[in-house]
Design a protein around this ligand. Structure first.
Ligand code: TYD
Length: 135
């Protein structure tokens, strides 16, 4: 299932007069209704964020500025995807363990998510995640 996870191009409107770019995520662009938006910033390059999976929550990550790596893990294999463009995003389905690392200076990770915050939806223990996946 990890190979189905791919960067998705976000529609971009380049200004004809060179006034810069505008990217837009509208209601029907994602396979879920956005219930929450949050963002990570001022993350030290030595820090790892994430380190959990979600039972139900789906999310779409965008590197609004700078870059960082997303390590995806399905309980069997791992895959790393670098986010470094504000006009591409990564759709992470539920049931995928993720770690965000190697944040560049000034990196901002925008997260558009399908659920409001609910700690009960988190799996924060890797062994528990493997049990959840039946692995
Ligand atoms: P967490 O999801 O563990 O962050 P990350 O995976 O990026 O390292 O959240 C960190 C803390 O913030 C945790 O105590 C829960 C809290 N939190 C909220 O209260 N609301 C939110 O919407 C989010 C994403 C986190």
């Amino acid at each position: 299932d990890l190979d189905k996870i791919a960067l998705k191009e976000i529609p971009k409107i380049s200004d004809p007069d060179g006034r810069g770019n505008l990217s837009v995520v509208e209601k029907d662009f994602l396979p879920f209704t956005i219930k929450r938006v949050y963002y990570l910033y001022d993350v030290p390059s030595s820090s790892t964020r994430g380190g959990h999976a979600h039972k139900q929550l789906q999310q779409f990550l965008i590197a609004l500025s700078g870059s960082f790596d997303v390590v995806l893990d399905n309980g069997k294999t791992r895959r790393t995807i670098t986010l470094n463009r504000p006009d591409r995003g990564l759709l992470i389905p539920n049931g995928v363990w993720r770690e965000l690392e190697t944040f560049s200076s000034g990196a901002v990770c925008l997260s558009l998510v399908s659920e409001v915050y609910n700690e009960a939806d988190y799996i924060r223990d890797y062994d528990e995640f493997k049990l959840f996946k039946g692995a």
